[in-house]
Design a binder for this molecule. Structure first.
Ligand SMILES: Cc1cc2nc3c(=O)[nH]c(=O)nc-3n(C[C@H](O)[C@H](O)[C@H](O)COP(=O)(O)O)c2cc1C
Length: 228
């Protein structure tokens, strides 16, 4: 690749494939159809998933744009049964306080009711993999100095979206799970305090008797405003 210097910084040519308009529509439709068929799953089977699939999903996620290109994400992939059991115990303890202990306000409980969620997180010991995504609040320079990160939440959110899409593309199912507060994951997974747990993804194949809530997605008119 031919590098040039712009203001003393290296740049390389970027010439993505050019896509004809009809082909663009066909690809866009195909991608939409595929993404639209994704559902969050809360009942899994225990069939193995190769580590390679998890690595590819993490690599796909890691292509996300990020504030000042800080890439402030860490993906901790867990298949160790003992660690999964500790994660389940930690998640259920927090979720029991949320669901049974009244930590979730009534309006939130009402919003969750159609999803059929509760504090039972047994799937965390059924799935072959759990991936916990940590958001790095600040980085560390070569001398251990504090490096400012930018737009951490937004960057990690985009990476998580790509991660979910990549898993779906490989025929895998997941759930965007946030057993809040999630700091218990730092201790179990031995991550430093500057990394904040963002989302916990159980990953596997849906159980044969898996049911998902009959949800409707908002129409284009409800989510888009065009000003032409
Ligand atoms: C940031 C975020 C946090 C979520 N947290 C939970 C959670 O803790 N437990 C759960 O069962 N689902 C959780 N979900 C999943 C949503 O309930 C689910 O995405 C939504 O109902 C739409 O269903 P779908 O993913 O099948 O389209 C979360 C989703 C997002 C985006």
């Amino acid at each position: 690749m031919s590098r040039v210097l712009v203001d003393g910084h290296p740049f390389v040519p970027y010439t993505p494939e050019s896509v004809a308009p009809d082909e663009a529509l066909a690809r866009g439709q195909a991608l939409f159809d595929e993404l639209d068929s994704r559902r969050s799953v809360r009942r899994f089977r225990s069939d193995p998933v190769s580590r390679r699939c998890i690595e590819l999903a993490i690599r796909a996620a890691s292509t996300a744009p990020s504030g000042a290109h800080r890439q402030p994400w860490r993906f901790v992939a867990v298949s160790d049964p003992a660690l999964k059991a500790r994660i389940r115990a930690g998640a259920e303890a927090e979720e029991q306080r949320n669901y049974e202990g009244g930590r979730i306000p009534p309006a939130w409980r009402e919003a969750l009711a159609p999803l059929g969620t509760d504090s039972d997180k047994s799937y965390l010991e059924v799935v072959p993999w759990i991936v916990v995504v940590f958001a790095e609040q600040h980085g560390l320079g070569p001398e251990g100095e504090r490096l400012q990160n930018y737009y951490v939440k937004e960057s990690v959110g985009i990476a998580c979206g790509l991660f979910v899409a990549a898993l779906h593309r490989m025929g895998l199912a997941t759930l965007t799970h946030t057993p809040s507060p999630m700091r218990f994951l730092n201790e179990i997974l031995e991550r430093p305090a500057r990394e904040q747990p963002s989302i916990l993804f159980p990953i596997g194949y849906p159980a044969a008797d898996c049911l998902v809530p009959d949800l409707k997605r908002k129409s284009l008119d409800e989510v888009a405003i065009f000003r032409e």
